[in-house]
Design a protein around this ligand. Structure first.
Ligand code: ADP
Ligand code: UVW
Ligand code: MG
Length: 404
């Protein structure tokens, strides 16, 4: 039997999310998560399809130990990493710079380039590299495929990708807008076209990926023409712990007047800002609970979040000229009906509206939440970055097998 399974790894700084899929029918064989890696109370949660989830808490020192623990769990279900049915391991890599426009089989040169990009993705690329190196050590015979968050955005025109700063300085330091969450924007924009029963080439979509990290993108006929994240995943929308857009002079002010170092400001803007900085909570469930209790600080945080989101909807409407659909996705976008309702409130003149009954319906399937009469479709389209990574990984290794 030929190998048809793909393991997908999404390695974060202190966590690994994983899925094992059978690409003959894109079915999920197991999903899981290892979190708090490096602490005494690391937690592994492993769910084989059709069976009870298994949880384990205890010290897991590093990513290598985490992947070994995952492998041991998979082996209990007869799905171990040593299986000859494994065709490849697909890795989410957050920053691929300008260089990587497609999924790529990892070799030493690819590893070196991902490493070179660490200064512009300090929170993400080191963990992604560790995940790849650990997987290589466990299965040196298998293709390791890197699928880049930035790849989908490489179609952005220069007018959207360049900052208005001195060209020489920008080029010397490779400063430009790269964009992130591209795997999700690609998947969701395609799924939205499918929901409308139209070809992706014929549809213009604004995708709002609202997770802990959040970004918006303008997709014209299946190609990204603008996105809200920039050189790093700090630009754009208000996020769980990141500020998103602000006057860059805030940074000089904090250095000169506040006496803060570059590293301290980096931590402030990436980890202590956004919703958590505004109200002490980064989870939208908790913020909504506080809003419902009349908490003014939570209400202000919510209002700032929505105001920024609305500005991006307007901006991307203008960039696209014609919008066929707006798609909400990721943890907040898929689950928080009040966010969706507030984001399009008052935009009837743009053909945008949400039907409150449809908006209140919960579920895992892509669905429309706009009234039938609305000019622009508003949709909830659950993202599946892991499936997209597995699909791209499998297509690449199958393609290269056919050539040899
Ligand atoms: N039922 C819910 N209602 C509102 N917000 C939710 C709900 N479930 C999850 N979220 C939000 O989704 C966020 C996580 O989104 P997710 O896309 O999983 O993020 P990430 O991939 O960046 O970790 C949580 O921090 C929380 O704010
Ligand atoms: C790029 C990025 O922000 O990723 P995440 O949302 O997983 O932090
Ligand atoms: Mg995410």
């Amino acid at each position: 039997m030929s190998s048809s399974r793909v393991l997908v790894l999404n390695s974060g700084s202190s966590s690994v999310k994983y899925q094992l899929l059978d690409m003959r029918d894109s079915s999920r064989l197991a999903v899981g998560l290892v979190e708090r890696i490096g602490e005494e109370t690391s937690r592994l949660k492993h769910t084989p399809t059709g069976a009870e989830a298994r949880e384990w808490t205890g010290p897991i020192a590093d990513h290598e130990a985490a992947l070994k623990a995952v492998s041991a769990e998979l082996a209990k279900d007869g799905l171990g990493l040593d299986s000859s049915e494994l065709a490849a391991i697909g890795h989410r890599v957050v920053h691929g710079g300008k260089h990587f426009t497609e999924p790529t089989v990892v070799d030493d040169a690819v590893l070196a380039e991902i490493e070179r990009l660490i200064p512009v993705a300090p929170l993400h690329n080191p963990a992604n590299l560790t995940g790849i190196r650990t997987a290589q050590a466990l299965r040196p015979d298998l293709p390791q495929v890197a699928v880049f968050d930035t790849a989908f955005h490489t179609t952005m025109p220069e007018s959207a990708a360049r900052y208005a700063i001195d060209v020489q300085t920008a080029d010397e330091h490779r400063i430009r807008r790269y964009g992130f969450h591209g795997t999700s924007h690609a998947y969701v924009s395609r799924a939205t076209a499918q929901l409308l029963g139209r070809a992706p080439e014929d549809v213009n979509v604004i995708v709002l990926h609202l997770g802990n990290g959040a970004s918006a993108s303008a997709v014209r006929g299946g190609r990204c023409v603008d996105t809200s994240m920039g050189l790093t995943p700090l630009e754009g929308l208000v996020m769980g712990t990141r500020s998103g857009d602000m006057d860059p002079a805030v940074i000089f002010h904090l250095m000169r007047v506040g006496g803060m170092s570059a590293d301290e400001i980096d931590t402030l803007l990436n980890k202590k800002s956004g919703l958590i900085g505004l109200c002490g909570d980064n989870d939208m469930r908790e913020i909504r609970r506080r809003v419902d209790e009349g908490d003014e600080q939570a209400q202000l945080a919510f209002d700032i979040y929505i105001h920024r989101l609305k500005k991006y909807i307007g901006a991307y409407y203008a960039v696209l000229g014609r919008v066929d659909a707006i798609a909400f996705t990721a943890g907040v976008g898929e689950n928080a009906a009040p966010v969706r309702e507030a984001a399009v409130a008052g935009l009837q003149e743009l053909g945008l509206a949400v039907d409150s009954e449809l908006n209140a319906v919960r579920g895992d399937a892509p669905r429309l939440i706009s009234p039938e009469s609305a000019r622009v479709a508003v949709a909830v389209v659950p993202t599946d970055e892991e499936l997209e990574i597995a699909t791209q990984t499998y297509a690449l290794v199958k393609g290269s097998q056919n050539l040899t």
